[in-house]
Design a protein around this ligand. Structure first.
Ligand SMILES: *Cc1c(COP(=O)(O)O)cnc(C)c1O
Length: 398
């Protein structure tokens, strides 16, 4: 029989049950340190579901500063809240939601997490990074049209998923969440349970449910402490699965700031997002008080050809923003949202409550590294058409 030493616990005879118990003990000790108490803001205390714990993943508070965005009408001012700076590989808006989702997973004793998204999903990458930092196993269902696992490259977010050693399952591109992805996530969880005896936590697409919504309820409190209500009239952000929008507009309603929320959608339809937010209102017990349609403006018209698909003009816009302001926006979310913001300020200025706009940057930087920018930056006349070769002069002795 092997004998192993476990710190202060002393000598332990190794057999399967003992080892398992020790692992459970160490895991419980570790999770008590990871879990931090969460105190919801006073205006949120009557919600039906209230988390009591969170884990700390985001570098916060993220800064707010002025943003000299090109093409803004002169009577408007735009500032930016930098939630792209919530971390490096663990950055963007998903980290905010994961602080609550992982706390829930750890409290439930889960050792694995499963989630799903597109191949270049920022959400899946954040889950993979957070899971490894917290000692859980990440499993990702990635949607794409691959027929051979060997075709999966190392671009953008996929590089980080792979560096994290995430268990990656490639599923067909057309896989709606409820009918295809969720059943597969449940099947995989059952398989993990039967093979290891361990429990798995399922995170829905984008981390957008009644737990994840607390990410942006919590950020709203941070915004209030940063003077949102006094300094700004309108809050604008990208909307993909609706969780960020739900958290912000619910918190805005509850705290009564009078700021107007505008969600620029980059997928689905306005009806879809109102339904998602109305469902969240039911989940938190506010559906009799208010409807989504009364607390958020869903801005349509900037999705482009499709979710995740960009025209050359849209990709060119990213380079225009970065080369004039030094702030990178991503092709899938923030680039389309900022384009929507600039166009709406010009075409529909009355859509905005006032003249002081705050844009929430939700991250997505690794989407810029998926390879699509190459062609745009290499065309003649692009901003990188400023590259000069400067060889040594002929006969230079040095
Ligand atoms: C996921 C994501 C969004 C959209 O947030 P939702 O809560 O899913 O609507 C916006 N920006 C970036 C960079 C994202 O990764």
């Amino acid at each position: 029989m092997n004998v192993i030493r476990f710190g202060r616990i002393g000598l332990i005879k190794r057999n399967a049950t003992h080892t398992k118990n020790i692992h459970r003990l160490l895991f419980n000790m570790a999770s008590r340190e990871i879990l931090k108490p969460y105190e919801p803001p006073a205006w949120a205390k009557h919600l039906k579901y209230l988390p009591t714990k969170r884990v700390s993943l985001a570098c916060s508070n993220t800064p707010i500063h002025e943003w000299n965005l090109p093409g803004i009408p002169s009577d408007f001012s735009v500032s930016i809240k930098r939630d792209d700076l919530t971390g490096s590989t663990l950055s963007g808006n998903k980290v905010r939601k994961l602080e609550f989702l992982f706390a829930d997973a750890i409290q439930k004793g889960c050792k694995h997490v499963i989630t799903c998204g597109g191949i270049q999903s920022n959400h899946c990458r954040a889950v993979a990074v957070a899971a490894r930092q917290l000692g859980l196993q990440p499993h990702l269902l990635l949607r794409g049209d691959l027929t051979d696992a060997g075709e999966l490259g190392c671009e953008g977010n996929v590089l980080l998923d792979r560096l994290c050693g995430a268990h990656i399952h490639l599923v067909p591109k057309f896989s709606p969440y409820l009918t295809k992805l969720k059943p597969r996530m449940e099947k995989l969880a059952a398989k993990i349970k039967s093979e290891t005896g361990e429990d798995t936590y399922l995170i829905p697409v984008g981390g957008s449910n009644e737990v994840g919504v607390f990410g942006y309820i919590n950020v709203f409190q941070e915004l209030l402490e940063q003077g949102l209500a006094e300094r700004f009239d309108d809050l604008v952000f990208a909307c993909g699965s609706g969780g960020t929008a739900a958290g912000l507009c619910i918190a805005n309603f509850l705290s009564g700031t009078g700021v107007r929320c505008h969600a620029v959608k980059v997928s689905d339809s306005a009806d879809y997002f109102h339904e998602h937010i109305n469902q969240t209102l039911r989940d938190v017990g506010l559906d009799l008080e208010v409807k989504s349609e009364e607390i958020i403006d869903i801005v349509s018209g900037y999705k482009g050809i499709a979710y995740g698909v960009s025209t050359d003009e849209e990709l060119g816009f990213l380079a225009e923003v970065s080369s004039t302001t030094g702030i990178m926006v991503d092709p899938v979310y923030t680039g389309k949202a900022v384009r929507g913001l600039v166009q709406e300020l010009n075409k529909n200025p009355h859509r905005f409550k006032g003249r002081r706009v705050l844009f929430l940057h939700t991250g997505g930087i690794f989407g810029l590294f998926d390879g699509r920018m190459d062609a745009i930056l290499k065309t003649e006349g692009s901003i990188t058409d400023r590259i000069h070769l400067w060889p040594d002069p002929e006969g230079d002795p040095s």
